[in-house]
Design a protein around this ligand. Structure first.
Ligand code: NAD
Length: 491
């Protein structure tokens, strides 16, 4: 597997701290990757700055053609990239093949959106004038990405930032750098220095966030790291786009009595997809008390049928979690809830696997609202299910955390849909179809879940500076200039 960094179009071995990349299924080291040394980071920032000039000046349709070519090459490399994603992250191959499809789609989408508009014409102050709002690239965009969707979350930054005419220095998570480094031959179609790929842990991330040559940092990761990135950027008034944690609610309304099985299966998928390691995983279930017993039964019955195993096998529903640390965090949260009175209805074990960071999908009842399991991000395959008296209580509980990334509601009632879409504080509200992303639909969080949006037109504008242009065609003295003795404002 590729372990070299990509700096100024050259493939170079990282000469900083070595990072051992683990396969979470075998618990063996897959590869050892050298982090970028301070000198290599310097070279990457300089290369990106230099390359940004010609890239910004290239006509948008030409950049678009190159981005379409990147998309085509990604699709051709689906098998290879999906296998690397599975080896380093433990996500089932079937999900990783989907991930590559979504990555390619993001490149195609922004190839077109980027050449569709460069701003707008606004009404001028006088008839002899032309006034415009022009969108320009920011310069160099630093991308810092987590381990759960390494290529998708990179693409949501890379594709729009490139389409807008920016150059890039990107850093994958130290846990999953291999799929990102494998992009080098695909990115070869772009001029050298336009995309630079560096590796490293938080130290390299912090260097990227604080360097004056980086005009904008696009970050996805935890709230705590995101705040550190924000501080580093605000000190130098660099632009930021932050996608952070979530604690998404999943509401099942009383009117879906006839669709309990569907709502249970949808809920299980939303809670357990990628072993619950999705920023928009459903992590709190609020179920109308009339349906609670039947819903819990259907949910737990379904959870027990899910197959844990080798993430390369086509019949595996859940692979291992990404790391032992992540598994321990989830275990600790469930144990703390149980210690304070909750009941583990099913799951929570290793599913008979001695090797690999497996965590059987768990269903928990009776957890108190103030336990971490119901108020802080879990990021694991655990579904706490809570009965609610009515929609008022469900909405209040849904809005009760510091997060506001996504929310799911199962209902067929129009008035309930209207109330939830207006009152739930979340960046995406899904009704009856959990977790479906749309390249054209902005993605991001309310409250501490984020700042700014990815995807959609907003996702392009995140990487653009706005300039107001005012053109007067006449060479004439304005009547409101000095001397004021000749000007009466009230006239
Ligand atoms: P993390 O915050 O630990 O790390 C994210 C990235 O930041 C990594 O590349 C890491 O090396 C880097 N980093 C660490 N310290 C840094 C520092 N001081 N300065 C700059 N960069 C630094 O997150 P993680 O554990 O990799 O990912 C899981 C988290 O990501 C979860 O909280 C999850 O909710 C969040 N996430 C959010 C979204 C979203 O779109 N909102 C999507 C996926 C994951």
């Amino acid at each position: 597997m590729e372990t070299n960094l990509l700096i100024n179009g050259e493939s170079v071995a990282g000469s900083g701290k070595p990072i051992a990349v683990e396969n979470p299924f075998t618990e063996q080291t897959l590869e050892t990757v050298g982090s970028a040394s301070p000198e290599q980071l310097d070279a990457a920032f300089d290369a990106a700055r230099e390359a940004s000039k010609a890239w910004a000046a290239m006509p948008a349709w030409e950049r678009g053609e190159l981005l379409h070519e990147v998309a085509a090459r990604l699709r051709k490399s689906t098998d290879e990239l999906a296998e690397i994603l599975t080896a380093e992250g433990g996500k089932p191959l079937i999900e990783n093949r989907d991930e590559i499809g979504w990555v390619a789609a993001a490149f195609d989408y922004y190839a077109e959106i980027g050449r569709d508009s460069a701003g707008r014409v606004i009404p001028p102050i006088e008839a002899s004038q032309l006034a415009m709002v022009v969108k320009e690239p920011l310069g160099v965009v630093g991308c810092i990405v987590p381990w759960n969707y390494p290529l998708l979350l990179l693409a949501w930054k890379l594709a729009p930032a490139l389409a807008a005419g920016n150059s890039i220095v990107a850093k994958p998570s130290e846990m999953t750098p291999l799929s990102t480094l494998a992009l080098a031959p695909i990115l070869e179609v772009l001029p050298k220095g336009v995309v630079n790929l560096v590796c490293g842990d938080g130290e390299v991330g912090a260097a990227l966030a604080s360097d004056e040559r980086v005009d904008c940092v696009a970050f996805t990761g935890s709230v705590e790291t995101g705040k550190a990135v924000a501080h580093a950027c605000i000190d130098r008034v660099a632009r930021i786009n932050l996608e952070m944690g979530g604690k998404d609610p999943f509401i099942v309304c009383a009117d879906v009595a006839g669709g309990i099985e569907v709502a249970a299966r949808g809920g299980a998928w939303a809670a357990f997809l990628n072993a619950g390691q999705v920023c928009t995983s459903a992590e709190r279930f609020y179920v109308a008390e009339e349906l609670y017993d039947d819903y819990l039964q259907a949910f737990a019955d379904h959870a027990k049928t899910l197959k844990l195993g080798d993430p390369r096998a086509s019949d595996t529903d859940l692979g291992p979690m990404a790391s032992a640390v992540q598994r321990e965090k989830v275990t600790a949260q469930v144990e703390a809830a149980v210690a304070s009175g909750a009941e583990l209805v099913c799951g929570g074990g290793r599913g008979g696997h001695e090797t690999g960071h497996f965590f059987e999908p768990a269903v928990v009842t009776g957890a108190a609202a103030d336990t971490a399991l119901l108020s802080e991000e879990t990021f694991g395959p655990v579904a706490p299910i809570v009965p609610v008296k009515n929609l008022d209580e469900a909405i209040d509980l849904a809005n009760s955390t510091r997060f506001g990334l996504g929310a799911n509601i199962y209902t067929q009632d129009l008035k309930t849909i209207f109330r939830c879409m207006r009152e739930i504080k979340a960046g995406t509200v899904w009704f009856n179809d959990p977790l479906t992303d749309n390249d054209a639909g902005p993605f991001g969080g309310f409250k501490q879940s984020g700042l700014g949006r990815e995807l959609g037109r907003e996702g392009l504008e995140a990487f653009q500076e706005t300039k107001h242009i005012h053109i007067e065609s006449e060479l004439e003295r304005k009547e409101w200039w000095y001397p004021y003795s000749e000007y009466s404002a009230s006239e």
